[in-house]
Write a protein that binds this ligand. Structure first.
Ligand SMILES: [Zn+2]
Length: 590
């Protein structure tokens, strides 16, 4: 015991030495690389580091695999962060989940989880991609400019005027520009100097137009184009995935064709080769909400057992984080009933058969003091902001965020637009991402919520084994195969028809004995149910308590002929979705 304590103590010291500070700030690519390489070097029995691909700017898309015996295929979960360049907190949460799993394997304290959950987690493999868009994130960290996903623009149409976002005044940050204009759409707040408010009919001016800090490409000297959230790069990776992909203009940000980008392609290539991934957490910022399937249909069109499962996961998620879990279609279409195309979690749910959902980290609205129930659909929280709400945000920034968001305006002579002011707004830390002081608690809550989901993994193993002697040197081998996990071996009801959702098979090989001539070494076992039923599936009603038979178990049997010394057999059972296990069984001589 003393030596176990000593080795845990030593492991804790190593982890502390390797820590690059992702729970208290946002790491650069170099720091993130140091972090994951450090873990892989220090704990080779628990961590594999690989790159699923290289970005056009030459950065690795680091993937960490965590688990005891990390190369053994078994039920696995996937976590990705930072597919949207400015959403840096996703990297922190993904790294925190990886580190918490490391701590769990090393016998160190981590999220408060029950011992049954912890013991299940010992068997689950974790794939963690902390930064899907390292080029995008690096550009945001270096310049402060808003980039949706990737800092590339390979559009073939080159004639239209468009904004080039970047640092104009040489202070190293790309913020906002305001230009005084009698037709301006904004005014400055009287009570909060520098804070800009949408113009109202009673306002007296002066009035301003607001643009991103930058210059205009193809400027004709007077026409100012409308900036968009895709001005710094026309592709949104979260519209570039293959499930129900649709081109522009039907889907803004779609890219020229599905998986046109190195980042999205690498994710799909890896996960296609790893069908044992059963749960998928896609980390975004901000808002404080989990967004689950379906993205394109209302809940009454969803497989009811899938829905019951998501209800359970949503209840845990709320318990740990305070965030609600909402349907993408019902609460998160920017225009009601107009689904997004090419979304990652839709791909993961429909194509990969995963319990997939996104989280918008950082409950900004509640931090500022807004009532969660002020909007019927969650997505409206982002836009239904009255003047007093904007002022409340400014006050919160000053009192609780060290004024990181609202910056003074400074006069500048712009090469194209003439005299204007630069500054105003830097939303990176406080809006797009939580304040540094909040990262740690967000990491802890999110990790606990997701680790519980990971513990749903199916767990196929052998149950009772019987050897029944028969006449003439024959012996009858009977093995019960059990699924001890919450989830069935097909994971989701909606996934059962996917080609990769193959049934379990058993195959026997013999040493020093033989199969009876009538026997074939391969047996189809089929799928095994798990014991879990989701939340409010109907099975919870007291008056209806009743199990589904013993559908989590199946018995297989083989007739064997003993060898002179008895012999032994190996039974291998599994599928590509849940991995395989092998059991060696000695056959005694008579
Ligand atoms: Zn996002």
């Amino acid at each position: 015991m003393a030596s176990a304590n000593r080795s845990a103590q030593r492991a804790a010291e190593i982890l502390a030495d390797l820590d690059q500070g992702f729970r208290s700030r946002y790491l650069s690519y170099r720091e993130l690389t140091t972090q994951v390489q450090g873990w892989a070097r220090a704990f080779p029995d628990l961590v594999r580091l690989s790159s699923i691909g290289e970005t056009p700017e030459g950065r690795s898309m680091w993937l960490i695999t965590i688990g005891i015996d990390p190369d053994r295929i078994r039920p696995a979960v996937w976590v990705d962060g930072n597919m949207h360049a400015s959403e840096l907190c996703g990297s922190s949460v993904a790294l925190a989940i990886a580190e918490d799993m490391l701590r769990l394997h090393l016998g160190l304290s981590g999220p408060a989880l029950s011992s049954p959950v912890i013991s299940r987690l010992h068997e689950v493999l974790f794939y963690v991609l902390p930064r899907m868009s390292p080029d995008g994130a690096e550009s945001v960290l270096d310049t402060g400019r808003f980039i949706r996903s990737i800092p590339r623009d390979q559009r073939v149409d080159k004639n239209l005027a468009r904004w080039r976002i970047g640092d104009v005044d040489g202070d190293g940050r790309a913020m906002r520009m305001r230009v005084e204009d009698p037709c301006g759409e904004y005014v400055e707040s009287a009570e909060f100097p520098g804070l800009m408010l949408l113009r109202d009919i009673d306002d007296e001016g002066p009035f301003y137009n607001i643009y991103p800090e930058g210059t205009i490409e193809n400027f004709d000297g007077h026409t100012i184009p409308r900036p968009t959230y895709l001005s710094a790069g026309p592709i949104d990776l979260n519209r570039n995935f293959p499930w129900q992909w649709a081109p522009e203009p039907q889907q803004l940000g779609a890219g020229p064709f599905p998986l046109s980008e190195a980042e999205s392609r690498a994710v799909v290539e890896f996960t296609t080769q790893h069908p044992h991934i059963f749960a998928w957490l896609n980390c975004h910022t901000f808002g404080g909400v989990f967004i689950r399937p379906m993205g394109d249909k209302p809940d009454n069109k969803m497989e009811p057992t899938d829905l019951a499962l998501f209800r359970q996961i949503g209840a845990w998620a709320q318990e740990h984080t305070g965030y609600p879990m909402v349907s993408g279609f019902e609460d998160f279409t920017y225009e009601p009933e107009k689904p997004l195309h090419g979304d990652l979690t839709d791909y993961a749910y429909h194509h990969r058969g995963c319990i997939a959902y996104a989280v918008e980290l950082w409950d900004f609205f509640r931090a500022v003091g807004f009532d969660r129930d002020r909007c019927k659909r969650f997505v409206d929280q982002y836009t239904h902001l009255a003047r007093e709400d904007i002022i409340a945000i400014a006050r919160w920034d000053r009192e609780y965020n060290h004024g990181r968001i609202l910056k003074p305006w400074t006069e500048w002579q712009h090469p194209q637009l003439g005299k204007l002011e630069i500054g105003g707004l830097d939303p990176l830390v406080g809006i797009w991402n939580p304040p540094y002081e909040k990262i740690d608690s967000i990491c802890r809550d999110q990790s606990a919520a997701f680790l519980r989901v990971a513990a749903l993994a199916p767990a196929v193993r052998d149950g009772s084994i019987e050897l029944i002697p028969q006449s003439e040197g024959l012996v009858h081998l009977r093995i019960r195969i059990d699924n001890h996990g919450y989830l069935p071996t097909y994971i989701l009801s909606s996934a059962q028809t996917l080609p990769m959702c193959e049934p379990l098979y058993a195959e026997i090989s013999t040493e020093g004995c033989a199969l009876a001539p009538t026997e074939h070494p391969r047996r189809e076992i089929g799928h095994l149910d798990g014991w879990g039923r989701g939340l409010y599936s109907g099975a919870g009603a007291l008056s209806l308590q009743s199990s589904r038979g013993n559908s989590s178990s199946r018995e297989i049997s083989y007739l064997l002929r003993r060898g002179a010394q008895g012999g032994r057999v190996c039974v291998r059972v599994g599928s590509c979705r849940v991995g395989w296990f092998e059991r060696w069984i000695d056959i005694p001589d008579e």
